[in-house]
Design a protein around this ligand. Structure first.
Ligand code: GDP
Ligand code: MG
Length: 696
């Protein structure tokens, strides 16, 4: 252990809520060696004293009592300015252990500010008398801060405190935890952090830009005034802040400062739920009552599974009718265009390529919309954080942490934001593992494939159950792979951290609609861009070159179309590939669709749409489902195997790109592509061959 040079003064600031015992501690530490003055310019009492400890000279300042660092009162302003501007070597935050959650609010702000801080768990005698058992060691690990249990009136813990002060001062030990403000606020905080002109601010203020960004979002008058003075042209920044604040208020239905405060309390609640046990409980609070049920050891997981099941039921039951309408609409459109145009290349491009491809994907917008609505709802109410809490123990079994669960849940919607949400995982091993397994959570782009295939090959009564089983398979594989990766690629323990439990809130309708719409719009945009282009390319590859006339002479119309597709570039390529996928029950048509699905998984559907609408001559029922059923290659087992393959094999290009960005290397995206495709082949092989052996 390094120690500060002897005779060097260590400046210690005592901070804490009023009546937490600061003055008692101050007196106990300094004895008679103290003097009282005023802070410059204000009539707030400034008490200073000193003491010697192991030949170190400690200068101790008793700050006025404060509840937070947002200066609502003169006392808070003085305390905050002292910490922010005079930069004591160590801040000792005196916390009343009998009122832990409320008192720790101030501590969260020292954590955000990232100054060297020690938490004194004072009045531990009274806390114990009240039946509170606080695991100070665990709480300290969770908050990333050293915690000393104390009784200031008797001097219990004083020796440990002084040792800790010298140690923290020597190491400049800063809090290691980060408080995350949730998926709505974090991107704005990141944006503001970037927008702050770091080069001019950092050296002048010596404060983390993230803290400044949070304070700006909170509309902290002091920080706003400070920046106005220090930034050469502050107006664009302040305008941006105002815009973000207004946006946040519209989405969350409350002021940004309230939302931020809620997240701080959520952080504390999450930590205390793990580190504090009450022998006899006293408070009654709605959030606590609900949490006692939904985070209950026994019923917590069944409740979670029930809610997930309800979510999928809703997505499929409510989404089905509008899906049918859109399907009918596109069929009618195809018929109208077919009737209006002369036969030929252009008609084929529009009807088979574009309407067949893009239409096949847009049909699923109602389901996607509902899925995102459900995800936004569980996220915005605060339930998602509880789900993570509930599965924490289970997640530890696979070497992960409950926090990894949130990206995985978001992965049901889209893997891209899910991989980005892994940023909230502070532990690098956990973060990488989570990034690698999250693509196994079935994203909404895979849903169209399932809906198409179950719709075609399974009775309506079991279709939903089949899809649910596919999702569960994805979850189980993610768990298995996480276990393998944590054992082989990233061995070793990880640091514990807090899972925030923000209070429940009723999400605003506007917030839900905006979140739902933003994500659905991305899906629609993808259909209009990537998928449109891919559909045209795939159509071209499937229709060129045209086979010589003698080859198809005499064949039925349907046979001729199929021969022509087989003769095309895509057909030849997929035929060459066929031996690899034959053991999975797939033919070259499916191979073409799977290959095209590298770009985006919906393209599997649009490609099947193109392949089959090219060969389709049946005028009565020209839906893709009907076309699949009439293909002898397909049966329920092939359909199931195809769904499983699509679930597991390579994530789309957008995911590969975001993994590259988040891991800052090509190694992980390359590994991701390789392992998912290998795993897809193995699992599909077992399923298909096993199924055939059993006689399906
Ligand atoms: P301040 O407002 O933070 O300066 O708090 P004080 O030091 O004035 O303490 C407030 C009250 O709590 C006083 O009556 C103290 O005697 C009492 N107190 C302080 N520390 C302890 C402790 O560890 N245990 C108990 N039981 N009482 C304490
Ligand atoms: Mg006092």
């Amino acid at each position: 252990m390094t120690t500060p040079a002897r005779d060097e003064t260590i400046v210690v600031a005592l901070a804490g809520n009023p009546n937490s015992g600061k003055t008692t501690l101050f007196n106990s530490l300094t004895g008679a060696r103290q003097h009282v003055g005023n802070y410059p310019g204000v009539t707030v009492e400034r008490k200073e004293g000193h003491t010697e400890f192991e030949q170190h000279h400690l200068d101790i300042v008793d700050l006025p009592g404060t509840y937070s660092l947002t200066p609502y009162s003169l006392e808070e302003l003085v305390a905050r300015n002292f910490v922010v501007e005079e930069r004591p070597d160590v801040v000792v935050d005196v916390v009343d252990a009998t009122n832990l959650e409320r008192n720790l609010y101030l501590a969260t702000q020292f954590i955000e500010l990232n100054v060297p801080v020690i938490i004194v768990l004072n009045m531990i005698d009274m806390a114990e008398a009240q039946g509170l058992r606080i695991d100070a060691e665990l709480l300290g690990q969770l908050l990333g801060v050293k915690i000393i249990p104390m009784v200031a009136t008797t001097g219990f813990g004083k020796q440990e405190l002084l040792e800790a002060v010298v140690d923290v001062a020597a190491r400049h030990a800063r809090p290691t935890a980060t408080i995350h403000f949730g998926n709505e606020l974090e991107p704005h905080i990141a944006g503001l952090t970037e927008a702050l002109d770091l080069s001019t601010l950092d050296d002048k203020m010596g404060i983390s830009p993230r803290w400044l960004a949070i304070k700006l979002l909170e509309d902290d008058a002091e920080v706003v005034a400070d920046l106005t003075e220090r930034v050469p042209d502050p107006q664009p920044l302040l305008t941006k802040v105002a815009r973000v604040r207004q946006h946040v208020e519209e989405i969350l239905g409350e002021d940004a400062e309230i939302a931020i405060g809620d997240r701080r309390y959520g952080f504390i609640a999450g930590a205390c739920r793990r580190a504090v046990t009450t022998v006899k409980s006293k408070r009654i609070d709605v959030t606590d009552v609900i949490d006692d049920i939904v985070t209950n050891r026994i019923v917590g997981i069944p409740i979670f599974l029930l809610l997930m099941w309800l979510m999928f039921e809703m997505v499929f039951k409510l989404g089905d009718p509008p899906m049918g309408w859109i399907e009918t609409g596109f069929e009618a459109l195809g018929d109208v265009v077919s009737a209006a145009m002369p036969p030929g290349e252009l008609r084929s491009l529009i009807v088979d390529g574009i309407i067949g491809g893009v239409g096949g994907v847009l049909v699923f917008v109602p389901n996607i919309l509902l899925l995102f609505l459900a995800i936004a709802f569980i996220e915005d109410t605060g339930y998602m954080a509880r789900a993570a809490f509930v599965v924490d123990k289970l997640m530890h079994k696979i070497g992960l942490h409950g926090k990894s669960f949130i990206p995985m849940l978001i992965g049901f919607g889209c893997t891209v934001p899910a991989v980005m949400a892994c940023r909230t995982i502070d532990d690098e091993k956990n973060r990488l593992t989570t990034i690698l397994v999250t693509p196994l959570m079935s994203c909404s782009a895979r849903l169209p494939v399932y809906l198409l295939l179950t719709g075609a090959f399974f009775p309506a009564a079991v279709a939903g159950k089949v899809i649910f089983a596919i999702y569960i398979l994805g979850v189980l594989l993610a768990a298995l792979m996480a276990l393998i990766f944590r054992k082989s690629l990233f061995p070793g323990d990880t640091t514990p951290f807090v899972m925030e439990l923000p209070p429940y809130r009723m999400p605003t309708l506007r917030g839900l609609l905006v979140h739902m719409w933003e994500r659905t719009w991305m899906y629609v945009k993808k259909a209009g861009t990537v998928i449109l282009v891919a559909s045209v390319i795939i159509w071209a590859l499937l229709t060129h070159p045209t086979p010589p006339a003698q080859l198809t002479a005499g064949a039925s119309e349907e046979q001729a179309a199929s021969d022509a597709a087989a003769y095309s570039y895509a057909g030849r390529f997929s035929k060459a590939l066929e031996p690899v996928i034959r053991p999975l029950g797939f033919d070259w048509k499916i191979g073409t669709a799977l290959f095209a699905g590298f770009a985006a998984k919906e393209i599997v559907v649009s490609t099947l749409g193109t392949v089959y609408s090219l060969g389709d001559t049946d005028e009565e029922d020209d839906s893709l489902r009907a076309a699949l059923v009439s293909d002898p290659q397909f049966d329920p087992l092939v359909a199931l195997t195809l769904m499983v393959f699509v679930l597991i094999y390579v994530p789309c290009l957008a995911v590969v790109a975001v993994v590259k960005k988040e891991t800052n290397s090509w190694k992980w995206p390359a590994f991701l592509i390789a392992y998912t495709t290998g795993l897809a082949w193995i699992v599909s092989f077992i399923l298909y061959q096993g199924g055939r052996l059993l006689g399906f």
